[in-house]
Design a protein around this ligand. Structure first.
Ligand code: ADP
Length: 320
């Protein structure tokens, strides 16, 4: 558990990069921090592993202030993944992954097993990849190594700073899917910075929206979409303008059901606008879907949010 208590960061020139940040990130939670450029996301992240010192307030991990931890122990026990994969170019993949286990003086055999296990976990055959140099891997493969390196010594939590933003769209989606799958299996506490609302909706258990160093809203994807705290959030999510104009066939997310529609359920056409479905789902957990007058199943709110996260383009991309 990570607890922020009135945390702030003020620079010498008077700029508040982060102001009165209060939040509790639960064990095993996928916590996404999102906001426009300069809103304080990276500063917040780097204060957790003390890459940036706080100027006010406290951050505690499992009930102990981060200032009371030995700084090396603290950093070794928190995995860290950056946008620009900082793999060591002259070291092979095995050596790159083994950096923290080596620092922790694990024995050779344990390290080797761990490297194999991690490479297999992200679908890279150890026999092929263990001895390659970073430049012999694609961008997506290098980023996978960046992720497993952060996991190498089995840290309880992982900080990720726009880890997928430099990747092409297809690789990005693949790594997001892998990340979700990985998280289901390993249940780490993940703090993930992004400026991409689709990514946030797809990955986050909760999303923290920041602006000008302050938290604007913390909530589940559902909260953010259906109960935006203010116009900033509404605009940031871009729901209104982004989806009003889009007409899509929603048959992919319609779930077959044997249950006959009954009041007070709403019915929508699968070819209607996303905005209309969104509006109806504001008041109902699910709506019935019909095609050409024939009832074909239900659309539930969760499936719809997932659909938005994956299909609606250009929403919430601030000027970065
Ligand atoms: P984000 O990650 O959301 O893009 P940052 O956390 O990097 O934002 O930065 C937050 C704010 O702090 C920005 O306005 C940035 O200009 C400012 N900032 C960052 N580093 C310094 C510094 N060394 N001195 C003064 N201001 C800084």
């Amino acid at each position: 558990m990570i607890e922020f208590n009135d945390v702030s960061k003020q620079y010498k020139d008077g700029t508040y990069a982060v102001k009165s940040f209060n939040a509790v990130i639960n064990k095993g939670e996928f916590f996404v921090i999102i906001g426009p450029s300069g809103s304080g996301k990276t500063t917040t992240l780097k204060m957790i592993n003390r890459l940036i010192e706080l100027s006010g307030g406290t951050i505690s991990i499992n009930g102990q202030k981060i200032s009371e931890y030995d700084i090396h122990e603290l950093r070794w026990n928190i995995g860290y993944v950056l946008q620009q994969i900082a793999l060591f170019p002259n070291m092979n993949i095995e050596e790159n992954i083994a950096v923290v286990p080596e620092l922790k003086k694990w024995n050779r055999e344990t390290i080797k097993q761990r490297v194999n296990e991690l490479l297999e976990m992200v679908g890279l055959d150890p026999e092929i990849y263990r001895e390659r140099k970073p430049h012999e891997l694609s961008g997506g493969q290098q980023q996978r190594i960046g992720v497993v390196r952060a996991l190498a010594a089995d840290p309880e939590m992982i900080l990720m700073d726009e880890p997928f933003s430099a990747l092409d769209p297809m690789t990005k989606v693949k790594l997001q899917d892998d990340m979700l799958d990985l998280q289901r299996r390993i249940q780490k506490t993940i703090v993930f910075v992004t400026h991409d609302i689709q990514e946030a909706l797809k990955l986050g258990d909760r999303i923290c929206i920041m602006n000008n160093g302050e938290i604007v809203q913390i909530g589940t994807p559902d909260d953010i979409l259906y109960h935006p705290a203010n116009d900033f959030v509404r605009d940031f999510v871009g729901v209104q303008e982004g989806i009003t104009n889009e007409k899509m066939n929603l048959e992919d997310i319609v779930q077959q059901t044997e249950v006959a529609p009954s009041n007070p359920f709403e019915t929508v056409s699968v070819t209607t606008s996303l905005q209309e479905i969104l509006d109806k789902l504001t008041h109902h957990d699910q709506v019935f879907a019909e095609r050409n007058g024939e009832m074909i199943g239900v659309i539930n709110r969760q499936a719809f949010i997932q659909y938005l996260a994956e299909h609606v383009q250009k929403r919430g991309h601030m000027n970065e």
